[in-house]
Every structure is written in structure tokens, then in C-alpha cells.
Design a protein around this ligand. Structure first.
Ligand code: SF4
Length: 497
């Protein structure tokens, strides 16, 4: 194989999904309008249109997820039950059904976390190379349903120039990067140690909306790039689990026979237990022999892939208002996924997309929910709570209580005042869990005075007292400014007196 050699694709079986086809588009599209009529009057839909809800984000759903939201049950053409009838799920409705609040305050970033900064010039907008060891490729422009809080809004809307990478482009980029790095002895132009790409992330949209043939091409391209792991980021196990059928399992077996050294890691996006647990008519999760009952559709999908020793499963999801801002639901999500053989990687803060105020839970509240949800979970079932920022993944490790009135503890005023200025409101402490490129800042921390209303790191920028994102003395710059401001405030007070 040489660079630019087309990917060779063998005969592959097709996956049949005609029963659960997505309905996508702007509100005026007939199918979309009809679906929305399940939730809103005609006037309400038109009102949302006028306010710009659908121009903010295209609506998308498929019959399976719609049945899950509405609790109506679903059968195939032969009368086989795909989903049992259950009570409606308000949480899942909030996940996919538009709300007017999305357009009331559209503040936020077109390109959240400035991702385009990490897209190499030669494939601008087609792939991201932020962390040395992993390259993310955009492989699909849609999902089979659309989360309203989606952080790939700009990809769907085409508003920031992002688009699809071809499998061969992805492979050739990684081969070229690793070859050049090896030729330089594993260091960059500045002589600094760098790491080769060992993993490729197929992202989108959702790569699992691709045909088996298209998916195979990306998998093969990743294997031919020589990486250890190809990761597939997908919500299809929740949106449309029948995508993971015997034909897909056979496709992956064929892939593995040709490329036995490449592991496949499927990173799922279960957001709420309603997406995979069966509920009774009283809306209680069903139990049998002391264990929760998984939906047969999801169980079967997991079984198709679970028989493949070269495939592993992870999960990650954001905390979203009215969807999973509930410690009990988050706890159950972790616990049951652990039982299902799925490792929980991250709970994320909702990204600062345009319209995020309709979806984001304040950072400190999200941390509290996550912390509460982790109680009673074994270490293997736990996750990290993080903000995926321009500077890397910032894990929130703690949020402290304020000091109260320190002078009450007998501290002299001159000692109590600066203490209170720094610690009075309490602190949020974040760790640079992953940092870009040479990972300079990895392991360092960011400490800020608390802001209970903060929705993103930007809401802490004027409260930071130690900034591990910076180098050397600059880390303490903000603290010095705070103390200087206090000093001059004290001087002015003295002068005024
Ligand atoms: S699954 Fe991911 S990419 Fe697809 S709509 Fe949801 S958040 Fe966006």
C-alpha cells in the first residue's frame, strides 16, 4: 500500500434499516412538521420557526426513538415487537424535541472550543489533531436523530467550513505525520518530545449512519494508517440499536480478519437510563431476579458486538437541563452500563454552543450532581466530570465551601481580608486532565473563585487565582492583580478616611 492507494473493499453484507429511517429537516418539511404536531400546535411550531429555532438546528428523529419518547411501542412489518409500549419519557423528549428557549438567547460559540484551530491547514475543517496521539475525522454529516444540545451544530449547518474527510485522506495524513515525526527522532522543530498518532476517532455526525461498506472503508483506512485503535463515536446504540445487527458484526469480523492488529473501541452516548432500560406502566424500571431489565433491542445489539473479542465499549455524555440533571438517573446510568460491560469515561459540561443557555446546567451544580451520582459506585463504574475546552479537557476535581466570616475566628483584619478575598466565596479546582500537542500543561490545575452561575470556563476568567494553562510566573498573574486591586482599594479607603 502506498499513499493515495484507494481502500480495497471486499463483499460485505448490508444492514436493513428501512423500518427505522430518520426524518430530518427544517420545520416546513412535511414529515418533520407532522412529527412536531405530536408535541405542539401548528401556531406553536410557526412561532418557533419565526424565533429561529429550526434555523439554529435541523430537527431529526427516527421511528424507534420517537416510539421511545412517546412510549407508544413499535413493531416491524411482520408484527415483531421492536419496542414495548411504556409511559412517555419527558427526559428523552427534551433530548430531541425543539423548545422555544433555544432561540431566546442564542449567545455562544459557532465553533465551540475553537476546534478549527486544531485542524491542520492541508485538511482544514476535515479533521482535528489536537492531542498528539489521536486524530479525529469527520465521517458523516448527520445522526439518525438529533440532540438539541449538539456540539456539532456547525458541522450540520456548514457554518464554520467543516466537512467530511475521505478515508484515504485520513490514512495518508496519519501516515505522513507519523513518518515525519519518526524521521525527526520523535521530536518537533523545537526539539521537544512529541507522540505519534496511535488512535483514530471516527466522528461526525455519527459514523454509524454510514453503510457497512462506507464504515469499512474508514476502518480499513485507520488500520492502514498503522494505529493501535480505531474509535467510533456513536449515539446509534440509543437512537437506533438495530444498526448493530448480524450484518454489521459480520462486517467487523471481515475487517478483523484482514487487519487483526487493530482494536475497535465503540464510544457510545447513552444520556439517560430511559434509553436502554424497560419501564412498567407505573414508570418504574422493571427488575428480574434483582437486576434491571434492558430493552431487548439494546440487549440484542450489544450481544451482536459482545461476541467480538476485538471490540470494546465506553460511554460519555453531557449533563443536560431537564434530560439528565438528576443524580439518581446518572447513578443508575453508570451502574447499569458497568453491568453491561461499558466503561464510563466522562460526564461533560454542556459545551458553549449557540443557544447553550437552554441546555446547560451551571458548572458547579453539574459537578455536585456528578459527585452525588458517583457515591455508591464501584471504582470501575465511575467517570470524570470535565469541560472539553480549547486548552484541553479540564476535569473539575472539587468545589469548596466558602470561608464565612473569618474575623469571627479571631483573625486580625489585615489577615482576614486577603483570605476572604481569595477563599471567601469558595473555590473551584480543575485539573488539566488532557492538554493539546506536547501536553505541557497536563497535570497542572486551574483554581478560580466560585461563580454558581457559570456555564463555561469563560464565566470564570475574571475569577481565576491560579492558571495552570499558562507558563511560569504568568500562572499567578491573576492572583497578583486581585491582591494589588485590594491593596489600592485599601489605600483609597484610607485616603478617603
Ligand atoms: S449524537 Fe452527537 S453528533 Fe449526533 S446530534 Fe447528538 S450530540 Fe450531535
Amino acid at each position: 500500500m502506498t499513499a493515495s492507494t484507494p481502500i480495497d473493499v471486499p463483499e460485505l453484507p448490508d444492514t436493513e434499516l428501512s423500518q427505522v429511517k430518520p426524518i430530518r429537516g427544517r420545520f416546513e418539511k412535511e414529515g418533520v412538521f407532522n412529527v412536531l404536531r405530536n408535541f405542539y400546535s401548528e401556531e406553536q411550531i410557526k412561532g418557533m420557526q419565526e424565533k429561529g429555532v429550526d434555523s439554529r438546528m435541523v430537527f431529526g428523529i427516527n421511528s424507534y426513538y420517537m416510539a421511545l419518547v412517546k412510549g407508544e411501542g413499535l413493531s416491524d412489518a411482520n408484527g415483531n415487537i421492536l419496542l414495548p409500549a411504556m409511559p412517555p419519557s419527558p427526559a428523552l423528549q427534551h433530548l430531541v424535541v425543539p423548545i422555544v428557549a433555544e432561540a431566546i438567547d442564542k449567545s455562544g460559540e459557532k465553533d465551540p472550543s475553537n476546534q478549527i484551530r486544531y485542524s491542520p491547514d492541508e485538511l482544514k475543517g476535515k479533521l482535528l489533531h489536537k492531542y498528539d496521539e489521536i486524530v479525529l475525522g469527520y465521517t458523516a454529516l448527520a445522526c439518525s436523530a438529533h440532540c438539541r444540545y449538539c456540539y456539532r451544530l456547525d458541522l450540520f449547518n456548514g457554518s464554520t467550513g467543516k466537512g467530511l474527510v475521505k478515508p484515504e485522506e485520513l490514512r495518508d495524513y496519519v501516515l505522513g505525520y507519523n513518518r515525519d515525526l519518526a524521521a525527526r527522532g520523535g521530536v518537533d522543530e523545537n526539539g521537544e518530545k512529541r507522540w505519534p498518532v496511535s488512535e483514530i476517532l471516527l466522528s461526525g455526525g455519527d459514523p454509524m449512519v454510514l453503510s457497512n461498506k462506507q464504515l469499512y472503508k474508514y476502518l480499513a483506512a485507520s488500520a492502514e494508517a498503522g494505529v493501535d485503535v480505531v474509535r467510533i463515536g456513536t449515539k446509534e446504540m440509543a437512537f437506533r440499536p438495530m444498526r448493530f445487527d448480524g450484518a454489521l458484526a459480520e462486517t467487523l469480523r471481515i475487517f478483523h480478519a484482514r487487519y487483526p492488529n487493530t482494536h475497535i473501541n465503540i464510544v457510545m452516548h447513552f444520556t439517560h437510563p430511559d434509553e436502554f432500560l424497560e419501564r412498567d406502566e407505573k414508570n418504574q424500571y422493571k427488575q428480574e431476579n434483582g437486576h434491571y431489565v434492558w430493552l431487548a433491542s439494546v440487549k440484542q445489539a450489544m450481544a451482536h458486538l459482545g461476541s467480538l473479542a476485538f471490540v470494546s465499549f465506553d460511554n460519555q455524555t453531557p449533563v443536560i437541563l431537564h434530560v439528565n440533571d438528576d443524580a439518581q438517573a446518572l447513578h443508575l446510568l453508570h451502574r447499569e452500563l458497568r453491568r453491561g460491560g461499558v466503561s464510563f469515561k466522562y460526564i461533560f459540561q454542556c459545551r458553549e454552543i449557540e443557544g447553550h443557555k437552554a441546555f446547560a446546567v451551571p458548572v458547579e451544580e453539574a459537578w455536585r450532581l456528578h459527585n452525588q451520582a458517583q457515591k455508591g459506585l464501584s471504582d470501575g463504574a465511575r467517570s470524570r466530570f470535565a469541560l472539553s475546552t480549547e486548552w484541553g479537557k479540564l476535569e473539575v476535581v472539587s468545589v469548596t465551601d466558602g470561608t464565612g466570616d473569618l474575623s469571627m475566628n479571631g483573625l486580625p483584619e489585615e489577615a482576614a481580608a486577603p483570605m476572604q478575598s481569595v477563599f471567601g466565596e469558595g473555590l473551584i479546582i480543575m485539573k488539566m486532565h488532557r492538554s493539546p500537542f506536547a501536553a505541557h500543561t497536563q497535570g497542572d490545575i486551574v483554581i478560580a473563585r466560585r461563580n454558581p452561575k457559570a456555564l463555561w470556563i469563560t464565566d470564570y476568567e475574571d475569577r481565576i487565582i491560579y492558571d495552570g494553562r499558562k507558563q511560569g510566573a504568568a500562572k499567578y498573574e491573576a492572583l497578583i492583580q486581585t491582591l494589588k486591586a485590594m491593596e489600592s482599594g485599601t489605600e483609597q479607603e484610607a485616603k478617603a478616611a
